[in-house]
Design a protein around this ligand. Structure first.
Ligand SMILES: [Cu+2]
Length: 424
């Protein structure tokens, strides 16, 4: 579903966060709204400086308008409904119909103007995380600008001075607004499109929610006990795969706007961290890894050559982050025979199930009855049986025949005969 809304500046609806030129104050560009969670391969830039666009996992890139040498975007802060995975929708806040909001892509040296309309029930602001910009454009409500009141539109103007990967998020009632899903990615491409070239360039944000099973609105005061660990507000099996062609140079840019660190791990390949929020890592300072920790408020760009065919797991290495909503208060039952007591419980609670004596895999297989609008803890199913994963998990799918620019999921890998682990 793609819809467009038109916005014209009404008298008095425009207040500058800093210096607003007359050209910028004349009209506001239309804002594109996208409400689905499909991965949209961006079109090549229709105007402005050339660049190789990124692919936002389960997301999209905002269109812009060129006006008198300025690249103009329009973000609308508003409540959104986000499907976390088939079977569960969350009531979140985001931008332009989505949480996260659309990725903003510009080129080093671009003069960028961003209109921000507040359709939330409370004031907001946007901070442009990692950017070099005039202090009054930094978006810290109360410090560098007044809050954007409900119903008003502010404008931010600055030059994209440094190439790299950045993020945007509110700097007003941060706890609520980020816990509700307000964030987005920002890519400043190098002025020379041949620099830092990758064949596939993906981006996503690490975030997390605490949504009571059966409800849809996150508990915004949760500090540590989140139950949905998401990439771009999606959980496995709802996270798109990363399809690559064998031999491709692949870059994955990962920003963390959750409340804890995430060791991001790839199978079958080794990568180097080639970028942080601070810029590109010099070649002499890179080393090979298969896991890199992305701390809160950090971005890491990893790069590797997709040399080996297959469906390679790509996930956070914290076990509980590759699970969906789970009861944390469940005691460990491994090795405990509780069948006798279960007989007594079943007289009172007919649905009670004995589980956990042999581990938690039972829970993946059993598909227990769960409330509406809740995902099973472990919910995937693959060609070889149940996948005991949820949360921050997906697959890098390396194929011989994945065409350049094709980001459709190629299906499950067909292993050459004799190349799969088997019973001895
Ligand atoms: Cu994690």
């Amino acid at each position: 579903m793609l819809s467009r809304r038109h916005f014209l500046a009404g008298a008095g609806s425009l207040i500058g966060a800093g210096l607003v030129s007359k050209a910028g104050a004349a009209t506001i560009p239309e804002a594109q709204i996208v409400q689905h969670a499909d991965t949209l391969p961006p079109p090549l830039p229709p105007n402005g400086r050339p660049f190789h666009p990124v692919v936002t996992l389960n997301g999209w890139s905002a269109p812009w308008r060129m006006k008198n040498g300025w690249k103009e975007f329009h973000l609308i802060a508003e409540p959104v409904i986000r499907e976390l995975a088939p079977g569960m929708k969350a009531t979140l806040w985001g931008y332009n119909g989505s949480s996260p909001g659309p990725t903003i892509e510009v080129v080093e040296g671009d003069k960028v103007r961003i209109f921000v309309t507040n359709k939330l029930p409370e004031p907001t602001s946007i901070h442009w995380h990692g950017q070099r910009l005039p202090n009054g454009m930094d978006g810290v409500a109360g410090v560098t600008q007044p809050q954007i009141p409900v119903g008003k539109t502010f404008v931010y103007e600055f030059e994209a001075r440094r190439a790299g990967t950045f993020m945007y998020h509110p700097h007003a009632d941060e706890v609520t607004q980020m816990a509700m899903g307000m964030m987005g990615s920002w890519i400043t491409h190098p002025r020379d499109p041949a620099l830092h070239r990758a064949d596939r360039d993906f981006v996503f944000l690490l975030n997390a929610y605490d949504i009571e099973p059966g409800s849809s609105t996150p508990k915004v005061n949760t500090m540590t006990d989140f139950n949905l660990w998401t990439w771009n507000s999606r959980v496995f099996p709802g996270i798109a795969s990363l399809p690559c062609r064998q031999g491709d140079r692949v870059r994955i840019r990962i920003g963390n706007l959750s409340m804890t660190n995430h060791p991001i791990h790839i199978h079958g390949h080794e990568f180097e961290v080639t970028g942080t929020d601070g810029g590109w890592v010099p070649k002499t300072a890179r080393w090979p890894e298969v896991t890199t920790d992305v701390a809160v408020g950090q971005m890491r760009a990893i790069e590797f050559d997709a040399t080996d065919l297959g469906d390679w797991a790509f996930h956070c290495h914290k076990g509980h982050h590759t699970m969906n909503a789970m009861g944390h208060d469940v005691p460990t039952m491994i090795g405990v025979d509780h069948r006798k007591i279960a007989d007594k419980i079943i007289r009172i609670i007919p649905d009670y199930m004995v589980m956990g004596e042999r581990g938690m895999a039972d829970m993946g297989e059993m598909e227990m009855p769960i409330p509406d609008n809740t995902l099973p803890m472990m919910s995937g199913h693959g060609p070889f049986g149940p996948i005991e994963m949820g949360g921050m998990f997906t697959l890098v799918k390396v194929r011989k025949d994945q065409k350049p620019g094709d980001y459709t999921d190629p299906g499950w890998y067909r292993h050459p005969s004799g190349s799969v682990a088997r019973e001895a």
